[in-house]
Design a protein. Structure first.
Length: 124
């Protein structure tokens, strides 16, 4: 069976556009605190309530050291105790360390009950 070249070109362009749109769909936000710059990348589709593959890329402004983590979005629960409701921020775990980035721009790093970092910042 012979395919028409124009149809092949159109199909190829449509597939390319879909792939580009999917790649561009990763939402990125950058949080600047006094001591850190944190880039959050959310690869999940817009409209999904929660995302389990959120990427954290943090850089210390003092030392220049960087860390990359994978975490998830964090929500309060609705009255049924199961359904995610209000978006609160993002949570990342690294061994005994827990990184929380709030929607309002707070960077909180804890080890158990010990607060290691607690800085307010601005999303840009």
């Amino acid at each position: 069976m012979h395919q028409h070249p124009a149809i092949c070109l159109i199909v190829s362009l449509l597939l390319s556009a879909q792939l580009t749109a999917a790649e561009a769909g990763d939402a990125q936000r950058v949080l600047h605190t006094p001591g850190y710059q944190v880039r959050i990348t959310v690869p999940c589709a817009e409209g999904e309530v929660s995302c389990e593959q959120v990427q954290y890329h943090g850089i210390s402004k003092r030392s220049g050291k960087a860390i990359e983590l994978t975490g998830k979005s964090h929500h309060s629960l609705c009255t049924d105790g199961l359904t995610p409701c209000r978006f609160l921020g993002y949570v990342f775990n690294n061994g005994k360390h827990r990184y929380f980035i709030s929607e309002d721009g707070r960077l909180l790093v804890t080890r158990g009950a010990v607060v290691l970092i607690d800085e307010a910042g601005q999303w840009q």
